[in-house]
Ligand binder design. Structure first.
Ligand SMILES: O=P(O)(O)OC[C@H]1O[C@](O)(COP(=O)(O)O)[C@@H](O)[C@@H]1O
Ligand SMILES: [Mg+2]
Ligand SMILES: [Mg+2]
Length: 343
């Protein structure tokens, strides 16, 4: 019988820099292992709340707005609280930042302080919560700079290349946790009877070419020319310059669209558009684009904002927005090239 590898064992073996079954993987510090185990445990609780749905009273809208001016769903708030409560006392973190909170959350001084910074989109795909479509949690981990005793928002403003771990948990027909520590991408499936995440795929790869794109087509009239050109060529199919037919998928949960791309390839885009011209895009750099961009790169794909690699962007504020093009390498490079040709 093939031996099942739990997330706990996977991380412990990473910590040991194990050379056997998981050969070639580097070591991770114990504090980072602890942090990831806690995030996974929090995701298990969120998964349980999601599964209960109307029976658990978690559906529907709260009476509040988040910092982005978006109406919060009850589950946005619940997931945020679960992640904070699970992580604040463990001694591995200095502070957390969330799409749902205006400022950073510094670990209270009644708890031991750690050196890591955790960022999350506690519930991605909020518009899908009440309609029973896949949603998820996205997370990214940075190290606090050793200089300066007090942690501040400035500590979080590091480019995506500085991430030490990133991943997401998808609450779909299965609950799947997807993780990178900078040496490829691994997927774990939640075994509900055992209550543990089990390694179900390693060395996830995104094919370089694809015939499937994901974009919210209803925004087409608001897009810039390079995006219109790219999509228009896809829509022309076999008769157009691409000489092949394209399929389209748009789940409206980035986490589920990215999971499909990690599973079978594709290109995902949420470009800048004219509806809110002062904002670079809808998605958030720190909680969505950076972790997803790194996962996609680690699986052999690419991620840009149409002009430059997402991971190289120097953030200037916590809730910064960004245009996103990610997925199969050759398609992302093509869409990015169309931007530079139009410049
Ligand atoms: O509703 P739209 O404009 O198609 O946007 C969908 C996008 O918005 C998001 O839901 C934004 O994330 P949140 O639900 O965390 O705000 C993405 O997951 C998704 O790709
Ligand atoms: Mg989101
Ligand atoms: Mg969200």
């Amino acid at each position: 019988m093939t031996q099942r590898i739990s997330l706990t064992r996977y991380l412990i073996e990473k910590q040991r820099g194990h050379e056997g079954q998981l050969a070639g993987q580097g070591a991770i510090p114990p504090q980072l292992r602890l942090l990831l185990e806690v995030v996974a445990r929090a995701c298990k609780s969120i998964s349980l709340a999601v599964t209960k749905g109307a029976l658990g009273g978690v559906l529907g809208t709260a009476e509040s707005e988040n910092v982005q001016g978006e109406i919060q769903k009850k589950l946005d708030i619940i997931a945020n609280e679960v992640l904070i409560e699970a992580n604040e006392w463990g001694g591995h973190l200095a502070a957390m930042a969330s799409e749902e909170m205006e400022g950073i959350y510094v670990v209270p001084n009644r708890y031991p302080q750690g050196e890591y910074l955790l960022m999350f989109d506690p519930l991605d795909g909020s518009s899908n919560i009440d309609v029973n479509v896949s949603i998820g949690t996205i997370f990214s981990v940075l190290l606090k700079s050793p200089e300066g005793p007090a942690v501040s928002e400035q500590d979080f403003l590091q480019p995506g290349t500085q991430q030490v771990a990133a991943g997401y948990c998808l609450y779909g027909p299965q609950t799947t946790l997807v993780l990178t520590l900078g040496e490829g991408v691994a997927m774990f499936t939640l075994d509900r009877e055992q209550g543990s995440f089990v390694l179900t795929q390693e060395n996830v790869r995104v094919p370089e070419d694809t015939q499937e794109f994901a974009v919210n087509m209803s925004n087409m009239r608001h897009w810039d020319e390079p995006v219109k050109r790219y999509i228009d060529e896809c829509l022309q199919g076999k008769d157009g310059p691409r000489s092949k037919d394209f399929n389209m998928r748009w789940i409206a949960s980035m986490v589920a669209d990215v999971h499909r791309i990690l599973t079978r390839g594709g290109v995902f885009m949420y470009p800048w558009d004219k509806r809110e011209p002062e904002k670079p895009g809808k998605l958030r750099l720190m909680y969505e684009a950076n972790p997803m961009g790194w996962l996609i790169e680690q699986a052999g794909g690419a991620a840009t904002d149409g002009k430059q690699r997402i991971l190289d962007i120097q953030p200037t504020k916590l809730h910064q927005r960004v245009a996103v093009f990610l997925g199969s390498k050759n398609e992302v490079e093509r869409a990015t090239r169309y931007h530079s040709e139009a410049a």
